[in-house]
Design a protein around this ligand. Structure first.
Ligand code: ADP
Ligand code: MG
Length: 666
């Protein structure tokens, strides 16, 4: 019979700290319980029954002595090993039911199976079956608040049986029930014992104790008697058929049977995660306003960062697009000292002669020139001020100008200083509203120019304002229109394989030696790119600093709320631990909640930023915001990381709670 011993307590003592002294509540309990027994522990209030029961149920550890469950000493077990025992072997029934208020009967019954990694459909099936056998078929979707005390206690019995419930521990299970409901519960416990479950009941009521075959009386923390009831009564006081002796030998089958049906696979981990996710989601929903306010810090932080990054990106993309149109290996030479030099218009340093010399350099692929002047355009009675731009062929491509009708001038026409021109859309509408302009003549200043092409509409920076524009060979403009021998700018395209900085310094020394001094300045696409890059990175660092501050503030808000949430839900944590939740289950539940709050905040921040951006772009067309997938993903990832970082401490403190103390909390 020795191999039939299920629980074995030897000299178990339990002391509580009371002020400065230790008070011993259990004084050396020796007790063995065999498989299939039904034991009642009876004693007056305060005698230590619950303390003993909690030790038996691995919710609490003895201060000294040893306690073995199926031969395994519990003394050196880790918290998760004890949780596994609670989950797989014990089924708890508490006086105050300890159901989770926000879950329905079916979900409450399932909780232990969630932690055992049972798949959802199997859990549902078993929960319904158990609730059905306890007469609750109609009530599976009811919340505890919608159930009577007796019904709630039956839900808690279903929960105790969910994972098999080889050993059922009931601490004053009828204490809060009316007589009839109490009788039903006792009947159920007797039936379960008859089916092979080991049942231990704690009670102060001799009538309840009479239902058990073995009665242990406890007084002031010591066992006073341990007797076998030869005549087991049922709760009505009638003599019960004694069938429990048959069960003292047989090993209960329920646990082993159930466990075999339930496969533990990786998908069960996924299921557990999903369950933690749902729990977190429900917790968030039940505190909507608070969740939203908590998120606000994250929402604002993420919104600010995403918007500013989009703004910076939009601006630099615009500039880079302009540069890309010129080609990446070009150098533009302007007269004067620097960009915006007021005298540059009068500096006559760049000449067509420079063009020829530059063209002769080995690293030069092509050279283009441009010259601008204001001129009066006339045709018949129609006249208008216009910008006449003298350009090289290349510049049409560089400036991103395309003809929609006709053609641009040829190299031959450029050399011949031909009186031909390409007009823009504005000029075409103004001077040729009803007919095609192609082949017609127009008076520019005091020369007649034949229109050979019309430009497609464009937002190129060389088309300025609403005034008409006409593009002509620079040679024609310089000799025929304004009789000027200097240029507005020179664009040098560097040959493939030559370094732009080297070319830049060669051009510089070449022009200085030709002009005798530096009366020009240069801009290469490289230097523009670099200055944009450095401006952008300075900007990014600044923004990142602001972002870090605002997100840390948001994170602290999240941590604060999570701490409150853990405190509020201490009892829930206790219940979950009592039915077998691991520390990691509790940790992940709260961590998931923190991450969800932050991630949702991040997502809302991104969406808000996008909406605000659209509104701004609608009203201020000059501003472009460019949202990159990268920044959106980074924002969401960052906010999740904040959730983990700031949610970890509260989640960990939840997982480290002592199940007994947590349960005692109201
Ligand atoms: P019963 O369940 O038999 O009514 P308990 O086991 O709950 O009794 O309590 C036994 C004794 O231990 C009581 O005197 C009680 O005050 C004391 N006690 C129980 N829990 C604690 C605790 N957490 N801290 C200090 N004393 C406790
Ligand atoms: Mg008690």
């Amino acid at each position: 019979m020795a191999d039939n011993v299920l629980l074995e307590l030897k000299d178990v003592r339990r002391s509580y700290q009371s002020g400065a002294t230790m008070v011993e509540v259990l004084h050396g309990i020796d007790l063995t319980v065999k498989a299939g027994e039904m034991v009642a522990i009876i004693g007056p209030s305060g005698s230590g029954k619950s303390t003993l029961m909690n030790i038996i149920g691995c919710l609490d550890n003895p201060s000294s002595g040893s306690y073995k469950v199926m031969g395994q000493d519990t003394l050196n077990m880790a918290p998760d090993e004890l949780a596994a025992l609670r989950r797989d072997f014990f089924g708890f029934i508490f006086q105050r039911y300890h159901l989770l208020g926000h879950l329905c009967a079916r979900e409450n019954a399932q909780v232990p199976a969630v932690y055992a990694g049972v798949r959802k459909h199997k859990r549902d099936e078993r929960a319904k079956e158990l609730l059905g056998s306890l007469g609750l078929d109609e009530r599976t979707e009811y919340k505890p608040s919608q159930l009577s005390g007796g019904q709630q206690q039956r839900v808690s019995i279903a929960r105790a049986l969910m994972n098999g419930g080889q050993i059922i521990l009931a601490d004053e299970p009828t204490g809060a029930l009316d007589t009839k409901s109490g009788q039903d519960v006792m009947k159920t416990l007797q039936e379960l014992n008859a089916q092979g479950h080991t049942v231990i009941i704690v009670t102060h009521d001799p009538r309840i104790a009479a239902c058990a075959r073995r009665v242990i009386a406890i007084e002031d923390g010591s066992i006073k008697s341990d007797t076998i009831n030869e005549q087991i009564k049922d709760i009505n006081g009638d003599i019960h058929k004694d069938n429990s002796s048959a069960n003292t030998t047989g090993v209960p089958l329920s646990t082993s049977l159930v466990k075999k049906q339930w496969s533990l696979t990786w998908s069960s981990y996924l299921d557990r995660f999903k369950e933690a996710f749902i729990m977190a989601y429900r917790a968030m929903l039940s505190n909507r306003m608070r969740t939203l306010l908590t998120m606000l810090g994250i929402i604002i932080g993420i919104m600010a960062v995403v918007s500013v990054v989009a703004l910076a990106r939009g601006a630099s993309e615009k500039i880079i697009a302009n540069i890309a149109a010129m080609g990446t290996n070009t150098i533009t030479i302007y007269p004067g000292q620097r960009m915006g030099d007021v005298r540059s218009g009068r500096v006559q340093s760049l000449t067509p002669r420079d063009l020829v010399v530059l063209q002769g350099q080995p690293f030069v692929d092509s050279v283009s020139a441009s010259v601008q002047t204001n001129a009066l355009l006339r045709r018949g009675a129609q006249e208008s001020n216009a910008m006449a731009q003298g350009v090289s062929l290349d510049l049409f491509r560089v400036y991103g100008l395309k003809v929609k009708e006709g053609r641009i001038f040829s190299n031959q026409e450029l050399q011949d200083r031909a009186q031909v021109g390409v007009i823009d859309d504005n000029a075409a509408k103004l001077f040729f509203p009803t007919e095609s302009a192609l082949g017609k003549n127009i008076i520019v200043g005091n020369i007649s120019v034949k229109v050979i092409g019309i430009l497609a509409k464009t937002d190129s920076f060389v088309i300025r304002g609403e005034n008409p524009n006409i593009f002509m060979p620079y040679t024609s403009v310089m000799t025929r229109l304004i009789n000027q021998n200097y240029l507005s700018s020179i664009v040098v395209r560097i040959k493939e394989g030559f370094s732009t900085p080297v070319a830049e310094s060669s051009i510089k020394s070449l022009l200085i030696s030709r002009h005798g001094r530096q009366d020009f300045f240069m801009q290469s696409s490289d230097t523009i790119m670099k200055s944009i890059e450095s401006a952008t990175s300075t900007f990014t660092i600044m923004i990142s600093a602001i972002a870090v501050i605002s997100l840390v503030v948001g994170g602290i808000g999240v941590m604060n709320i999570m701490l409150v949430s853990v405190t509020e839900r201490t009892r829930e944590i206790g219940i979950r631990m009592a039915v077998g939740a691991r520390q990691s289950d509790i940790l992940s539940q709260f961590l998931i909640e923190a991450v969800m709050v932050c991630m949702l905040g991040g997502l809302l921040g991104v969406i808000l930023s996008y909406i605000v951006g659209q509104v701004i772009m609608h009203f201020v067309p000059a501003i472009t915001l460019s949202y990159s997938m990268f920044s959106i993903i980074a924002a969401v990832l960052t906010s999740s990381a904040i959730g983990i970082a700031f949610g970890f401490m509260p989640a960990r403190s939840a997982s480290k709670l002592n199940p007994i103390e947590a349960l005692a909390r109201e």
